[in-house]
Design a protein around this ligand. Sequence first.
Ligand SMILES: [Fe+2]
Length: 95
Amino acid sequence: MLKKGEILSVNVKMGNEFTHPDDFDHYIESITLFNGETKLASASFVPGTLGNEKSHAEVTFNIRPMGKKLNLVAHGYCTKHGIWESTAVVVEVAE
Ligand SMILES: [Fe+2]
């Protein structure tokens, strides 16, 4: 179990079976990680980060949980389709 104060690596990958375009007018601009309503971290991309090829935008955030529980939710922002929200992942944190 994760202990309070330990670094947790959280990998966020956009899409499962479907890839997403990386075109100049249509790309994943950012991936943001939240603990409930609280923003923890964000990564931004430019068109061409993924070589203008259809792909899965992906990022790993290293965070240090200090509370008893994390309720992790990620948002991916597409310049054409807006916000995609992940299913929540609850992580218990031991003292
Ligand atoms: Fe899109």
